[in-house]
Design a protein around this ligand. Structure first.
Ligand SMILES: Cc1cc2nc3c(=O)[nH]c(=O)nc-3n(C[C@H](O)[C@H](O)[C@H](O)COP(=O)(O)OP(=O)(O)OC[C@H]3O[C@@H](n4cnc5c(N)ncnc54)[C@H](O)[C@@H]3O)c2cc1C
Length: 454
């Protein structure tokens, strides 16, 4: 069924964008380039009633259906061919209760929009590393960002949510009301309904010591950087991107194209203690660029270029440790391809994230030590066949004992990898909750948890 021909959609309060609309091409574009799907209708819902109506219309018509928040999904589900896109972009209300240290946020908001508004009260909730990512997709999968060691995953600050399920019913969920559904949406992704708003806990955060530090990426420096990040206080979360230095104006030209650690550092605590925590990283080597300084938290999200749509192939997985051999492998592999841009990203986890019991939420990898991503960026989609084998070789060379997966960074990797995101009892419980709330698998264009064996 091509959703262009579903006139019932026009009865909603929001807007319906169809292929003949001047806004159509912009509206169907997602963050990643290389996808060219043409949905029949992009429905910019105005409120939870619209969400319920669109779900009902899509279900009854049999049209393909997907949900879109910030459009940063990495798996290419963001635009189904011919179907309906339920787009939350116009639902961006934010109600901050500064005294009660919580906020109700509609799910069309981006991480940067929420973070900037909360910062005006000296408060913060942790999202990811990129301001333009939607709070919807990020939160439902877990949320690993600059406050992960200090305050845990984004879902660890999720207090409640409003969710429209496949039967069109708007449900309020929290630890007391519909506790199973509340458990499932904290890590289970978009499988259980459309979240229209979230209630988050806010933490006081007047200032941080943060920003980018660039160090030369020898194997020694990589290994020592990770060792320091592991030993650092929980206030410090880091993201080490080992990659060729980009030809940016603030990078001295003699380093352009040479391997560096493009490190994002965020110390969420007192400035003096932050400077002390950062000092050993500065001592690893003479920094090529050092922009780490006392800042406001939203400065971790510099403005994103809305016209940047990279074409990339990559894989994300967990590793246990970075010893000298692993560091050597990273350097060797990055030097073994001519990809325009290539990166090995290492995020040391632990801290508050690891202190939450594993079965408290559907995010099952609390004890994983380091999240690694390897990726190549290139000029056109037909080059994927050149760089995918390189990514696979790189992953195989780094793989250790942790076989888990983080659903928000899974690309289209097949059912076995979805099972890796939800091992053992987590999978069984998610399946039984799915059977209860979405027995026909209406929400299936996602990292799918089928209600019955596929
Ligand atoms: C540049 C970049 C940086 C990233 N950095 C991080 C990071 O630091 N930490 C991290 O944890 N993740 C990160 N991610 C991954 C990100 O969390 C996921 O891609 C997430 O799904 C994006 O959410 P979105 O709303 O922007 O995407 P969308 O493409 O809009 O949504 C992705 C999927 O999420 C589901 N979904 C979204 N909103 C809703 C909703 N309201 N209700 C129900 N289902 C919904 C749908 O299944 C949808 O297909 C990053 C991604 C990118 C592209």
């Amino acid at each position: 069924m091509i959703s262009e021909t579903i006139p019932e959609l026009d009865a909603i309060s929001g807007r319906v964008i169809r292929p003949n609309d001047p806004e159509y091409d912009k509206a169907r574009t997602s963050f990643y380039g290389g996808f060219d799907s043409r949905p029949g209708a992009i429905v910019r819902v105005a409120d939870a009633n619209d969400v319920a109506r669109v779900i009902t219309i899509a279900r009854e018509s049999g049209a393909e259906f997907i949900v879109r928040g910030g459009g940063h999904g990495v798996a290419g589900y963001a635009t189904p061919q011919g179907g309906i896109v339920l787009d939350l972009k116009d639902m961006r209300a934010l109600d901050i209760d500064a005294e009660g240290r919580s906020a109700w946020a509609e799910t069309g908001l981006t991480a940067a929009e929420y973070t900037t508004a909360a910062d005006a009260h000296g408060l913060a909730t942790g999202f990811g590393d990129t301001g333009s990512v939607g709070i919807g997709g990020l939160t439902l999968g877990g949320g690993v960002g600059y406050l992960v060691r200090k305050h845990g995953l984004t879902i660890d600050d999720l207090l409640a949510a409003d969710v429209v399920t496949a039967d069109g019913q708007l449900r309020h969920v929290d630890a007391q009301t519909e506790p199973d559904l509340f458990w499932a949406i904290r890590g289970g992704g978009g499988n259980f309904g459309v979240a229209t708003r979230f209630r988050y806990r806010l933490h006081p955060l007047a200032a941080i010591v943060g920003g980018m530090m660039m160090l030369p990426a020898t194997a020694d420096v990589i290994q020592s950087f990770i060792a320091l990040a592991e030993a650092a206080p929980d206030e410090l979360s880091t993201i080490a991107n080992v990659m060729p230095a980009p030809p940016m104006p603030f990078v001295p030209t003699e380093h352009h194209g040479k391997l560096v650690i493009f490190a994002m550092m965020c110390y969420a605590g007192a400035v003096d203690a932050g400077e002390r925590a950062i000092a050993p990283f500065r001592a690893l080597a003479v920094p090529i660029v050092d922009m780490v300084k006392p800042s406001r938290y939203p400065e971790m999200y510099p403005p994103d270029d809305p016209n940047y749509h990279p074409i990339a192939t990559g894989r994300t997985f967990f590793i246990d440790s970075v010893d000298r051999k692993v560091a050597d492998t990273i350097v060797d592999q990055l030097n073994s391809t001519d990809a325009q841009m290539r990166v090995a990203q290492l995020r040391v986890l632990g801290g508050a994230m690891a202190r939450v019991p594993v079965d408290d939420t559907a995010f099952a990898h609390r004890r994983s030590k380091i999240m690694a991503n390897v990726a190549a960026l290139y000029g056109s989609p037909d080059q994927a066949s050149v760089y995918e084998p390189w990514v696979h070789r790189f992953v195989a060379a780094l793989k250790q004992s942790d076989t888990g997966a983080y659903v928000n960074f899974l690309v289209d990797e097949g059912e076995a990898r979805i099972r890796d995101a939800y091992p053992g009892k987590t999978w069984d419980r998610l399946r039984s909750i799915k059977r209860r709330y979405d027995p026909t698998n209406f929400f299936r264009l996602n990292q799918n948890i089928p209600p019955s064996p596929p």
